[in-house]
Design a protein. Structure first.
Length: 117
């Protein structure tokens, strides 16, 4: 079981970043993967998700600026972020939305995004 996220960094407001997350382990379904964000001092929140049979979810705060996609062959999910704002700062994680809220759910190390004003 592994969730490895990368692609974060320091960027100026208005800039772009592309995050990637590789999921390994039979418990993860790449068609039900989401990106979560934990800002300093705040709870982790879902910002974008692929939900099989339903479609794509975006949090209102990122809609129109973030795009979630996946590569099933690579078991990898991506988050293209543009028009970044300081409020987007946080550690970004990926996880399967069906199990992310389970007590004791495994979370990888995430990738830190810092947006400067």
């Amino acid at each position: 079981v592994q969730l490895q996220a990368w692609g974060g960094g320091l960027v100026q407001a208005g800039g772009s970043l592309r995050l990637s997350c590789a999921a390994s382990g039979s418990i993860y379904d790449i068609n039900d993967m989401g990106w979560y964000r934990q800002a300093p001092g705040k709870q982790r929140e879902l910002v974008a998700a692929l939900i099989s049979g339903v479609g794509i979810y975006y949090a209102p705060s990122v809609k129109g600026r973030f795009t979630i996609t996946s590569d099933n062959a690579k078991n990898t999910v991506y988050l293209q972020m543009s028009g970044l704002k300081p409020a987007d700062t946080g550690v970004y994680y990926c996880n399967d939305v069906k199990i992310a809220n389970d007590q004791g759910a495994f979370w990888g190390q995430g990738t830190l995004v810092t947006v400067s004003s």
